[in-house]
Write a protein that binds this ligand. Structure first.
Ligand code: HEM
Length: 131
């Protein structure tokens, strides 16, 4: 059916797709997100998205969500931002984060798209060396 075809498409997307609820709890983690962060989806489902980032954001992310829910002021939603991701092995990588918002009745879900910037950064560094 249409929905299972859509799931298959989501599974082939090269960028990480992560869905969280208003509390930051993860409900969706596609195969590209598994590759990027080094976690199996079963390890992250039901855990807080702050698992995937270094300090100081790790400690502050619940506050970022609470601020947004209280004020409605969008800092990343609809704009995007370059941030640091943290893999399971503790290593960091540069990523471009885009966030979309979906209302489900009186609940809200947030869809995060994670694009790995490692190769772009390496290419930029190589270009700086060559000039
Ligand atoms: C807000 C960092 C992943 C959802 C923020 C802010 C930062 C941040 C710094 C606050 C921006 C500000 O106040 O200026 C990160 C980092 C991530 C990450 C380093 C690395 C993994 C995610 C993911 C989602 C998400 C995967 C959704 C699935 C949100 C939401 C807000 C927020 C909903 C508040 C709305 C907004 O500021 O527009 N995050 N985030 N974050 N983040 Fe994350």
């Amino acid at each position: 059916d249409i929905v299972s075809n859509f799931r298959a498409i989501l599974d082939t997307i090269a960028d990480g797709v992560i869905v969280i609820d208003e509390a930051g709890t993860m409900h969706w983690f596609n195969p590209a997100a598994e590759r990027l962060f080094g976690y199996h989806r079963d390890e992250v489902m039901g855990r807080n998205v702050s698992l995937l980032m270094p300090e100081p954001d790790h400690s502050r992310h619940d506050g970022y969500l609470a601020d947004y829910l209280r004020t409605g002021i969008k800092k990343i939603i609809g704009v995007g931002r370059e941030v640091q991701g943290r893999r399971k092995d503790g290593s960091l990588f540069p990523m471009y984060l885009s966030i979309g918002e979906q209302r489900q009745g009186d609940q809200r879900l947030f869809v995060g798209i994670v694009h790995d910037l490692t190769r772009r950064k390496q290419a930029e560094a190589a270009q700086r060396r060559d000039h």
